[in-house]
Each structure stands twice: as C-alpha cells, then as structure tokens.
Design a protein around this ligand. Structure first.
Ligand code: DP6
Length: 343
C-alpha cells in the first residue's frame, strides 16, 4: 500500500466515456441522475490530484492545471466540505490537480477530476470510504465522476431514493475481460461554451423530447448491460450509437438548441459508419457535450480507424486509448503539492 504523511495523499483517475448517456437530473442539490448510464474508463488520459490538509491554512488553495480560478475553487471547496463534514474536521486543504488532455472540451475532465479528488481527499483525511461510497461522493462533484471510480465497464444507477444513497456506480466487467480500444478524434482544443450541467438543465426544462429520452434510457441500459456481459460488439454498437444520437437529438431540440458538433465531428461519424457498414470493421462512435468523436473499436480495428480519422479535414489529433483501471492512490512524489500559502 502507498503511504503518505498524515493529511496528504495523491490520486490518479482516468476519464470515462458513456456508451449509454446521462443527460438530465432528478435532483440538482444532490446531483442525482434522472436515468442510469454505462461507461468505459480510458487508460490513456489522466488526472493527477494531490491533496494536503493543513491546519495552518485559512482557506482552501486550489490550483487546477497551474491556475487558480474562483468559480472552480468554490465548487471544489464545497465538495471538500462534504468530506470534512463526514470526518468532523474543518481543516482547509491545498489541492493541486493536472490533466494531460484538454479540459472542458468534451473529454470528461470533470469525471476524472472529481474521482481523483474523492480518492485523494478520502485518504488524506483517513475517512476510509468503500468504493460505493467513493462513487456516491464523486457523484456530488459530477455525475459522470461516479463511474470513474471504477475501471473497465461501469454502470451508474439512477436510484429511486430521495436521499440519493442508491445512486452510485458499480463495476460491470474488467478492462482485461474485453479489451476494447477507443480512438479519440480531437476536432478542437477550445473549451465548450455551454457546460454539461447548464445544458442538461436547459434540456430538461425546454426540450419537447426530454421525457421520452429519460423513458427510453432504461431499455437502452438493459440492452447495453447484456451486450457487455455477453461481449456482443454489434449489439453494443447499435445501442451505443442510438443512445448518443438520442442525447444529441435532445440537445438539438433544447431551446435555444445546443449544437456541440462541428463539421469534422459529422464527417468522423460518417467515416465510422462507413468503416463498419462498408468495410466490416468493429467500430462505433460516441460523442459527448463537445465536438470530439470517440470511436469505440474491437482491438484489431483500432489502427485502421485511427488512420482514417486522422485524415479527416479538421481533425487536429488522434489519441488511441485502451480501457483503464479505476481511480487509485499514487505516490505523492508524482505530483508536487504546493507547500506554501496562496500567492
Ligand atoms: C454528455 O457528469 O459532466 O458526458 O453531473 O452536472 O457534472 P454533472 O454533469 P456531467 O455530464 C456528463 C454528460 C455526458 C454524458 C455522460 O457522461 O453520461
């Protein structure tokens, strides 16, 4: 086990990508999703977060990707307050977190961010939460973060309880049991203009399709769960693309419409369809609240899919990823924890 001096710990988490999507909440305060979701955790992208609780600090000091941002700091302080309340302490903390991929551009940085923070802060405070409780806690930061606690394939339950105690993720299948690959086509490095949180709230309030979207989600989840358990790629491809497109139909029908795609996004979708339907490759696309396209592939299809997407006009970069592990403690030395008070 990796040990750290009392009050400090570092954790690493990977973003995850939903194949059955979450877009809408049943409770804003507790951040409870209106429907369940199913995801894969990626090994190639990382968030590393170091936390140090220090009685000498008068306020939390939060540095994300080398910057202090007032709005982000408030969110993270509120999240740390949940754990402080649980631990019965008021000690402020220094948090340093870094992503090795673009933040806020539809690559699920909030998922890996809050999963890493939950795991690091839990260890630093010695609260010793189990995986389900860590997932519940991560959910309070970001719904998708509940899934990044686990590796491989994970399923997030919407739950029915008003207190949200049944709304957490659980592992479905290990990465090694079905080692799919994901080709991520980066079509912009600019952060999105409407956050998932704002967008899904607007969709709930204004999209005429929102209710149907939530109703069909349960069936999609069941099909996807079965496809993962039986490693049925074609079934997963069909339900994965359907869930993605239905979510974007809700986004587009939101008023005013949320258009997260650019031209290259659409072209990548067409290429993926053609690779599957014309060339017989095991591949399907999924897209979140941003213009990047994630092509989920059978292992032997990934190199060819990457070559094709790299050539699409507007694609700036292509990242190849496998499926990764869940959020975990790493040695402190892997990330510097700022030792002084805020500058
Ligand atoms: C499109 O988890 O970022 O990526 O709970 O408000 O923080 P909050 O939202 P977030 O939304 C993710 C939306 C999505 C689909 C998904 O990951 O399921």
């Amino acid at each position: 086990m990796i040990t750290s001096p009392p009050g400090r710990a570092s954790a690493l988490a990977h973003p995850n990508i939903a194949l059955v999507k979450y877009w809408g909440k049943r409770d804003d305060a507790l951040n409870l999703p209106a429907s369940g979701s199913l995801s894969i955790t990626l090994d190639r992208l990382h968030t590393r977060t170091a936390v140090r609780f220090d009685p000498a600090l008068g306020a939390d000091d939060i540095v994300l990707n080398g910057r202090r941002d007032a709005a982000e700091s408030r969110k993270i302080s509120a999240f740390l307050d949940l754990l402080r309340a649980h631990a019965g302490v008021a000690t402020r903390a220094c948090v340093v977190s870094e992503n090795d991929f673009p933040t806020g551009a539809g690559l699920a940085s909030s998922a890996s961010g809050f999963a890493a923070l939950a795991v690091a802060a839990d260890r630093a405070l010695g609260t010793d939460l189990d995986a389900s409780s860590l997932s519940r806690l991560a959910r309070r930061g970001s719904g998708s973060a509940a899934r990044s606690i686990f590796g491989g394939f994970a399923e997030m339950a919407a739950g029915t309880r008003a207190d949200g105690e049944d709304a957490f993720a659980r592992p479905l299948l290990d990465a090694a049991a079905w080692p799919l690959r994901v080709v991520i086509a980066i079509t912009t490095r600019t952060a999105k203009s409407t956050s998932s949180r704002t967008g899904m709230d607007l969709s709930r309030r204004t999209s005429p399709f929102y209710r149907d979207w939530i109703t069909t989600g349960a069936g999609d989840l069941e099909v996807a769960r079965g496809a993962v358990r039986s490693r049925d790629f074609d079934r997963l491809a069909a339900v994965g693309e359907a869930s993605c497109l239905a979510m974007h139909a809700v986004m587009l029908s939101t008023r005013p419409g949320l258009i997260y795609w650019n031209g290259a996004t659409v072209e990548c979708m067409q290429r993926v369809r053609s690779l599957r339907e014309r060339d017989g490759l095991g591949v399907f696309f999924t897209i979140d609240a941003g213009p990047q396209v994630k092509a989920v592939c059978l292992p032997d299809a990934a190199a060819q899919v990457a070559d094709v997407l790299r050539d699409v006009a507007g694609v700036q970069d292509v990242i190849l990823s496998g499926l990764g592990e869940g959020a975990r403690i790493v040695a402190d030395s892997e990330l510097e924890v700022a030792s002084g008070n805020p500058a």
